[in-house]
Design a protein around this ligand. Structure first.
Ligand SMILES: [Zn+2]
Length: 245
């Protein structure tokens, strides 16, 4: 009986649901371990960017991003209360290769060249940042690492699984379907977060329109096609327009 109870408890800890959509996830690694690893990586990344003079040079954009993220995170915690205690932080880089990135636990990196290229106003920037915050509250990084562990069919430490995920192309291929689900989910959940934070649905349409028209690969290449994102944005903005934030 005790063994049975233990098995039930373990199963309950491994299963979680994405906010709003309710999609079930298998989460095998502890949230704290994944967040700690992400934080270490973020420190390493930002220290390197600072050393090359490419971190937080655009103080105006940094202040804008911080103000917008504050409101978005507040809205996101309505959907995921635990996220209120996460160490949220946004930094800005002039590295032209960076568009926008997020890590488990709430570390965000925004590319100033990308924001300038798309000439994003505050509402459009909020939609971009909300997409990244959606990846975080849906715990996509933790889920991907957990699925990579399940794929290995044996117990492996987090660092080993993370290294495999970064270098094992067949493994990445096996997880491509999950990645596609997560990206579409981040678009949808992100628009809901932006709406809850009070940003107008018109900003969602404008942002995804600009993204589709942007010729440089990046978010376009690694995410759903521009057209499918615009149609999702249209559907979401129609749905959300009828609801009060
Ligand atoms: Zn994304």
């Amino acid at each position: 009986m005790r063994c049975f109870m233990f098995a039930l408890l373990t199963a309950a800890q491994a299963a979680a649901q994405v906010p709003d959509s309710g999609r079930w996830q298998e989460l095998r690694f502890a949230a704290d371990d994944v967040a700690q690893r992400s934080e270490d990586q973020f420190i390493e990344q930002t220290v390197a960017l600072a050393a090359s003079g490419r971190l937080d040079r655009d103080r105006v954009l940094l202040a804008r991003a911080r103000r917008i993220v504050q409101g978005l995170v507040h809205a996101a915690t309505v959907l995921k209360p635990a996220a209120a205690d996460w160490p949220w932080e946004v930094r800005v880089t002039s590295d032209p290769a960076t568009e926008a990135e997020s890590r488990a636990g709430g570390k965000l990196l925004l590319g100033s060249a990308f924001v300038a290229r798309l000439a994003l106003d505050d509402g459009e920037l909020a939609v971009l940042l909300a997409h990244e915050i959606a990846h975080v509250i849906a715990e996509h990084e933790r889920e991907t690492l957990s699925e990579a562990l399940l794929d290995s069919r044996r117990d492996l430490p987090l660092d080993v699984v993370a290294q495999r995920l970064a270098s094992d192309i067949p493994l990445q291929f096996r997880l491509a379907r999950l990645a596609a689900i997560q990206k579409r989910e981040a678009d949808q959940l992100g628009m809901l977060i932006a709406h809850l934070a009070g940003w107008p649905s018109a900003a969602m349409l404008r942002f995804y329109g600009k993204l589709a028209a942007d010729s440089a690969p990046g978010l376009i290449a690694s995410h759903p096609s521009g057209d499918s994102r615009i149609s999702l944005a249209r559907g979401m903005s129609r749905l959300l327009a009828g609801q009060r934030p």
